[in-house]
Design a protein around this ligand. Structure first.
Ligand SMILES: *Cc1c(COP(=O)(O)O)cnc(C)c1O
Length: 817
């Protein structure tokens, strides 16, 4: 086999030849899009070779495999990531330079794969990178949405949602596998009967059948042959299943199934389509697992020994009844044997403790759409009831039951049907055990565990911040790329003034890159010598972007009023999408944008502060925003953010956490020490206390705090908008609905924390040192650590075995043990 990536000359020839073959043009005459498509296909073809070796090794050694079921994968772009993981970035760059073309310009043509809402989807993407890089056989299972979440534009100071057409140029990474299609059935009627041996039979007459057709993407690990699969299911028509006279209706229903990502990551609107999507990718994914298992093994008895299924939140929880259905109805297992296999195979990750975000479906909807599945859920519930009674916990059954209030409680189904339930940060897992799922944790303490989230430091540090990476390599070598815990080696140098200075220059470089983006895209000039203070995440009341902008408002108002009041020059960056139906969140965006207009255009105040709202927050924007930050805003109300992951990305790039004791912030401060972060605000226990005594009184805060009262008044006195009712929802939320997320209660502590951060920033060596300590301690938050823990403690995965020859064939060195 000739490796076209072996050197620049060879690659140049391959590229120019392929452009001619594909598009009938010389490279010089080809459109950038054509060059991009050819480059992508050459990389993908090369990955076909490692893909083949991976599949071969897994089959030969009977390696256990993981399937990560997630409704969302927020992959972002893959070109740079793939080239760097394959170890051929420099070869390709040199070849393109020779051809007079900047690789960066081709990278920019790739659309973000935005198949997700936010953190949960991005976590799934980070996990895929770590799985492959750690030589673990772990595959993703999701839907091939034709449109990503949505493209956010700001028009008349408000969010407007436009379609996110990520497939405009096609998807160079995917391979269509029509031969692996699966029929998925919905609705209709079910005749069930028992035969003379007492065996259950059913005749199912579905009213809607579609074919699920997979598209596979190779997921390549860092400097290893391991190449796993992200399988995205598309819906296609099933010719036999169209009812007479209903062709158009049928075609529309098929098309709608995979049209777009459901744009809400917090509450469940009872959308039948969403439930259909969930069953669609679950049914197809389970079918594929069974078929592939039976290609290697004669029986499904050992399914749980050879396969692990992780449910990323409850969206794929129908895996549990679906696998029961297949084992019993298609493979003749009795209930108990099937149940043991299911429980041995499935594990569940919980992502939220906010009760309004726990997934529930109306029972009639599940029964009508999935009659056999519903029947199985009823039987799971019936047996669970007797189990709980037998354990003497009948008095707590209501807390745990799956079917109640005419609803199916998906989190309960997930706990009952799996062998492991994990939270995503220590504090979150504790709250699960002590509070939200206490009855379950009393019944099955051994089932509960914590797996603190992580992010792939390869994307979020090594690839997105090459300036910092080369500085790190200069001091601690490049071992940290494979072994993030080696970042700790940097501790030895944090007091070194030369390193401190060099680091501050790297930070300045990143700030300039961000400033250029803001200039080019928004036409606003920002001063790179100001503090860059960044809050980027989905817009949600509990994340408290409102507190942040109200603090900015208070500074503006005071500067206008008091000529002696001046602040450390700071640029406040915001980036956030709001769910289209979330009116309060959209109003907060409007407030941020209107405050920005006022502040940035004020000749006096804009010398001290600017406010920048960057539209369309996405992975690619995160990649230039986060590493330019000095301050990382992680200010959710304590107890509400399960983990957060952007807090980890910021930390890796040196930003100091300005945050509450919530989610993984708690573990970040544990790592860096309280002196290297700025923690403020009410803690979970204090908030519990206030709620218990029902003692929160927003009006008494308003009356005793003139500074804050002035900010609240400004919401409806035409300071920010000529319409006094413009921010009525916000005002009502704070003052009439009693400020559910305690913005007013934490406001003063937050303002004080800001003042301390500003003072700190003025001591350049102390500031640089704290930033370096944050980087040095960030190895713990690599998803490599998280995935190792999942692999050892939940999945029981062993590494894929490659021979030294296989490594050599692809130009990698096998690491010594
Ligand atoms: C990391 C990331 C998130 C998660 O941010 P949190 O602050 O943890 O909520 C959301 N969106 C994108 C694009 C990300 O990269």
């Amino acid at each position: 086999m000739k490796n076209i990536f072996s050197d620049a000359q060879t690659f140049k020839e391959a590229l120019t030849t392929e452009v001619a073959h594909r598009f009938g043009r010389d490279f010089e005459d080809a459109y950038p899009e054509e060059r991009y498509l050819v480059l992508g296909s050459l990389i993908r073809d090369q990955l076909g070779n490692t893909w083949k070796e991976t599949k071969k090794s897994v089959a030969e050694h009977h390696t256990k495999q993981l399937y990560y079921f997630s409704m969302e994968f927020l992959m972002g772009r893959l070109m740079t990531n793939n080239l760097m993981n394959m170890g051929v970035y420099d070869v390709v760059k040199e070849a393109l330079d020779d051809l007079g073309m900047d690789l960066h310009n081709l990278e920019e043509l790739e659309a973000d794969a935005g198949l997700g809402n936010g953190g949960l989807g991005r976590l799934a993407a980070c996990f895929l990178d770590s799985l492959a890089s750690l030589n673990l056989a772990g595959n993703g299972n999701c839907i091939r949405y034709r449109y990503g979440l949505f493209k956010q534009e700001i028009i008349n100071d408000q969010q407007v949602e436009k379609p996110d057409c990520w497939l405009r140029l096609g998807n160079v990474w995917e391979v269509w596998k029509p031969q692996h299609d699966v029929r998925v059935k919905f609705g209709g009627t079910l005749d069930a009967y028992m035969d003379q041996f007492g065996k259950f039979h059913s005749n199912y007459h579905p009213s809607f059948v579609v074919r699920a057709v997979p598209y596979d993407e190779p997921i390549v690990g860092y400097h290893t042959p391991t190449t796993n699969t992200l399988r995205l299911w598309d819906a296609a028509v099933d010719e036999e299943s169209v009812q007479a006279g209903k062709l158009n209706e049928y075609l529309n229903a098929v098309s709608a199934l995979t049209a777009n990502v459901y744009p809400d990551d917090s509450t469940e609107e009872g959308k039948e389509l969403r439930l259909k999507q969930e069953y669609f990718f679950v049914c197809a994914g389970v079918d594929q697992i069974i078929r592939s298992h039976l290609r290697t093994y004669p029986t499904l008895d050992n399914l749980g020994e050879k396969t692990a299924i992780q449910l990323n939140d409850t969206h794929p929880v129908l895996v549990i009844p679906e696998l029961m259905r297949v084992l019993m109805d298609d493979y003749n297992y009795n209930w108990d044997d099937a149940w043991n296999i299911v429980r041995q195979t499935v594990a569940y990750t919980n992502h939220t403790i906010m009760s309004e975000a726990l997934e529930r479906w109306p029972q009639h909807l599940v029964r009508n759409l999935l009659p056999r599945i519903y029947m199985i859920i009823e039987e799971i519930e019936r047996r669970f009831y007797h189990y709980v009674q037998a354990r003497g916990m009948g008095n707590r059954f209501a807390e745990m039951s799956i079917l109640k209030d005419q609803q199916v409680h998906m989190a309960s189904l997930a706990v009952v049907g799996s062998h492991s339930v994990n939270g995503v940060a220590a504090i979150h897992s504790e709250i699960l055990v002590n509070d939200v799922m206490n009855a379950f944790a009393t019944l099955w303490p051994e089932r509960f565990n914590n797996k603190t989230n992580g992010v792939t430091h390869r994307r979020w540090l090594v690839y997105s911040n090459p300036q910092l990476t080369s500085l790190l390599k200069e001091y601690i070598g490049d071992g940290f790329i494979r072994h993030p815990e080696q970042l700790e080696k940097l501790m030895e140098y944090v007091d070194d003034p030369t390193l401190q200075e060099k680091f501050m220059n790297v930070k300045l470089e990143r700030k300039k890159i961000l400033a250029k983006y803001v200039h080019d895209e928004l036409g606003i000039d920002v001063d790179v010598n100001t503090v860059f203070d960044v809050q980027c995440k989905r817009l949600h009341a509990y994340k408290r972007q409102l507190m942040n902008i109200m603090h900015v408002m208070s500074l503006y108002l005071r500067m206008k009023q008091d000529p002696n009041f001046r602040v450390q020059p700071t640029t406040y960056f915001f980036a956030a999408k709001a769910a289209p139906g979330y009116a309060l969140a959209k109003e907060i965006i409007k407030l941020i944008v209107k405050v920005a207009n006022r502040v940035n255009n004020d000749p006096l105040v804009s010398r001290y502060m600017k406010v920048i709202f960057i539209p369309n927050y996405s992975v690619s924007i995160a990649e230039i925003l986060i590493n330019a930050a000095d301050v990382s805003e992680q200010i959710s109300m304590a107890g509400k953010e399960a983990s957060g992951t952007s807090n980890m990305k910021f930390m890796m790039n040196g930003a100091l956490t300005l945050g509450t004791l919530d989610g993984a912030n708690v573990e970040i401060v544990e790592q860096v020490g309280y002196e290297n972060a700025k923690i403020f605000g009410l803690r979970v226990e204090e908030l519990e206390e206030i709620k218990r005594h029902n003692s929160y009184d927003v009006w008494s805060i308003y009356n005793s705090n003139p500074n804050l009262a002035r900010v609240i008044d400004s919401l409806h006195d035409c300071t920010w908008s000529s319409n006094p009712n413009e921010f009525q929802l916000i005002f009502n939320d704070l003052m009439l609905h009693r400020d559910e997320f305690f913005v007013l209660a934490d406001f003063d502590a937050y303002a004080q924390a800001h003042r301390e951060v500003s003072a700190w920033y003025q001591n350049r060596p102390a500031w640089a040192r704290a930033m370096l300590i944050n980087i040095a301690k960030s190895g713990y938050f690599s998803s490599d650590r998280t995935i190792r823990q999942y692999a050892n403690e939940i999945w029981g995965l062993d590494e894929i075995q490659f021979t030294p020859e296989q490594y050599e064939k692809f130009g990698f060195e096998k690491e010594a043990e």
